[in-house]
Design a protein around this ligand. Structure first.
Ligand SMILES: Nc1nc2c(ncn2[C@@H]2O[C@H](COP(=O)(O)OP(=O)(O)OP(=O)(O)O)[C@@H](O)[C@H]2O)c(=O)[nH]1
Ligand SMILES: [Mg+2]
Length: 385
């Protein structure tokens, strides 16, 4: 069967051939996979592309480990409780914000692309440290190598959460649309969650599927997708409706799911009708949005709080019986249990855990709780082994 590839496909292929870095090759290959029509005639092609993508990812991982401690790199080593990428178009004020929120001192200037490499800085929020990284500017077409190329996107992809920065004084809605389109093309999904699905690999027994009714496609297609990922023996549990495409996305890791907020900067210059309201209306439901000014400091305390909230974590102070609680909290994903906290300290702690006492979210101070007790922000937990 002929593949009937659309003209965009050949353009993307050209970009792949021109790509100089592994990151750019990855993005181009992802785009090829997205563009290629999905039918019998393109099955082989898709297989080749996916294999190429897997190889490129491996290469990138190797490069990144090699680069640690080496020369200049786009990969920013994570420090602190989490890494948040500041992503925006040129001149939106990313550097000025970073200077305000951390002790980093990137150059601030009125010409575009002042920042050409990612700049990390540590933000203190109460008793946690959150790493912010200014990502070099995105523009329409970054994904295809325009502007500073696709490397900024790979930095964003690597962060734990994303802050979208727009200039509130010049059509923030349009900037937002461009940013979202670029991130989407790079497979970065914001404030969405991956479909609920679990795959338990087995040594033998072929493929067993539970919840097949929720797969919106042919059974043979499901098999093909699993085989392409070299999954031959597994129990697949589908817990909510999923299409073939979504399944492919989840499996080939081309999609990452990140939490995100919107920071509308230059609030000092934004007048009525400059578009902040429209931005709120269009995207406020999907992204917590805040109007700030890096120049005069407006709303920055609130912003720090919003950044912390965007991480969806809790702080937990562990203690031993008859001792004071730790000064620095453990930072754990929301809905972590006592057992998760014990595990974060040490594997053995988790293994030997008998019970815990909690101060904070419990009805009584120091109440005894079981190991599956869900901890809340600022709980103190005393582990008994
Ligand atoms: N009025 C006003 N100007 C700002 C604010 N934040 C930044 N600027 C100005 O906007 C320009 C760009 O600021 P930068 O912080 O360099 O912007 P950037 O997003 O880092 O730019 P690139 O690194 O080039 O992508 C500078 O002239 C800043 O003085 C703000 O809150 N209010
Ligand atoms: Mg900058």
């Amino acid at each position: 069967m002929p593949a009937n590839l659309p003209p965009e496909y050949f353009k993307a292929e050209e970009r792949y051939l021109q790509a100089k870095t592994v990151e750019e090759k990855i993005l181009a290959t992802q785009e090829l996979i997205r563009i290629a029509p999905k039918h019998k005639g393109t099955e082989k092609l898709l297989k080749v592309l996916k294999r190429r993508l897997a190889k490129l990812r491996l290469e990138l991982r190797k490069q990144q480990t090699r680069r640690v401690g080496g020369g200049p790199s786009f990969h920013v080593k994570k420090e602190g409780a989490a890494q948040v990428a500041l992503v925006g178009m040129p001149n939106s004020g990313k550097s000025m914000l970073l200077r305000r929120l951390t002790s980093a001192q990137p150059e601030v200037a009125e010409y575009p692309f002042t920042t050409r490499e990612p700049v990390p800085g540590m933000m203190e929020f109460e008793d946690v440290q959150i790493q912010l990284v200014e990502v070099p500017a995105l523009i329409e077409g970054s994904n295809r190598g325009r502007g500073l190329g696709a490397q900024p996107l790979s930095v964003a992809r690597n962060a734990d959460a994303i802050a979208l920065i727009v200039d509130a004084s010049s059509d923030p809605l349009e900037q937002m649309e461009i940013l979202l389109a670029e991130l989407e093309k790079a497979g970065i999904k914001l404030n969405q969650r991956p479909p609920k699905l679990s795959i338990q690999r087995q040594a033998t027994g072929g493929i067993e599927v539970r919840g097949i009714r929720m797969f919106k496609g042919e059974r043979s297609e499901l098999k093909r997708i699993l085989q392409e990922q070299r999954i031959h023996n597994a129990v697949v549990i589908i817990e909510e409706p999923i299409t073939a495409e979504e399944l492919e996305d989840v499996l080939d890791e081309s999609s990452v799911y990140r939490r995100a907020i919107t920071i509308a900067n230059k609030g000092d210059m934004a007048g009525e009708g400059d578009g902040f309201e429209k931005l709120q209306q269009a995207y406020g439901g999907r992204f917590p949005t805040i109007l700030v000014s890096a120049a005069n400091g407006d709303n920055l305390a609130k912003l720090k709080e919003l950044i912390f909230e965007s991480l969806n974590v809790v702080r937990v102070y562990t203690k031993r019986p008859d001792e004071e609680p730790a000064r620095r909290p453990l930072v754990l994903p929301k809905s972590s249990t006592v057992l998760d906290a014990a595990e974060a300290i040490h594997k053995e702690f988790a293994r030997d855990l008998k019970f815990a006492r909690v101060w904070g979210s419990t009805r009584f101070a120091g109440q005894q709780v079981p190991r599956d007790y869900v901890l809340r922000d600022k709980d103190i937990v005393e582990i008994h082994i």
